[in-house]
Design a protein. Structure first.
Length: 260
């Protein structure tokens, strides 16, 4: 067995133990609160169009999203186009969207040691609270989905949840050390598959999380078009409650850990 397979199987066991422990402690399960499941829409990085296009589509359906923000990237331009600026961040927050954490510098957490991870947590909290007075992110997504046992262990101290990019539906008492999520990317977009996932989530009384980056007519390989985003959001909103990660976590009674 390779080291990776060994750590994966250990991790699978840890997930099961955590879930059983939660059941034993009487934590509410997703299906107790949302019998037809719940759905979250999230954006990583975040490009300006994630808010101007993606956020506007969510709002038209009465929903709000979660923006995983690396505050060092404010006002920069990269492969995903123009990223958020300070006013985008404030407007998204004012509009009821969640501003969450994606490290300060978009760090590949799988290659970082504990001091580097803690430094990123602190820098991003300081960076975001300087733009939105007093706001400290309570949920996290791993840049590149790259994680490690050390990263999961350290970051769980500071965030109520950490989202990865492993596909899957979060069930019962979800593993908040690495939440499952599905991408919505133009190159692999299949509306029938998206609808099937939403239907399956409803049957399972699960928590389905989607993520993308830019939402624009000519998206990067990591984004989608407004029409594709609209198709997923509108079907989701007709099927299940749509809530930011923050609201699902709060309803499940997951404690917000200490401030960095
Ligand atoms: Zn990212």
């Amino acid at each position: 067995m390779t080291d990776l397979a060994q750590s994966q199987s250990f991790y699978d066991v840890a997930r099961k133990v955590r879930r059983k422990l939660g059941q034993f402690l009487g934590q509410p399960q997703i299906g107790d609160i949302w019998p037809s499941g719940v759905i979250s829409f999230t954006f990583d990085d975040f490009p300006k169009t994630a808010f101007t296009q993606g956020g506007a589509i969510l709002e038209r359906h009465g929903a709000r999203g979660t923006y995983y923000t690396a505050s060092k990237l404010v006002g920069t331009v990269g492969d995903l186009g123009t990223l958020f600026d300070m006013e985008d961040l404030r407007a998204a927050h004012r509009g009821g969207h969640e501003i969450a954490c994606h490290t300060y510098s978009h760090l590949r957490c799988s290659e970082a040691d504990e001091p580097a991870l803690v430094s990123e947590v602190r820098s991003n909290a300081a960076g975001i609270s300087a733009i939105i007075e007093g706001h400290v992110p309570r949920n996290f997504a791993f840049p590149y989905g790259a994680t490690s046992p050390t990263a999961r262990h350290v970051l769980k101290r500071y965030y109520a949840s950490c989202r990865g990019i492993q596909p899957g539906i979060n069930r019962k008492i979800p593993d908040t050390a690495e939440l499952y999520a599905y991408s919505v990317y133009a190159g692999t977009f299949d509306e029938a598959r998206m609808r099937a996932l939403i239907d399956q989530n409803k049957i399972l009384s699960g928590w389905l999380i989607f993520y993308t980056h830019d939402v624009t007519e000519a998206p990067s390989p990591y984004g989608c078009t407004p029409q594709q985003w609209e198709a997923v959001v509108s079907y989701a909103a007709r099927t299940s409650p749509v809530l930011p990660v923050r609201d699902v976590i709060a309803a499940l009674g997951v404690k917000s850990p200490r401030l960095p």
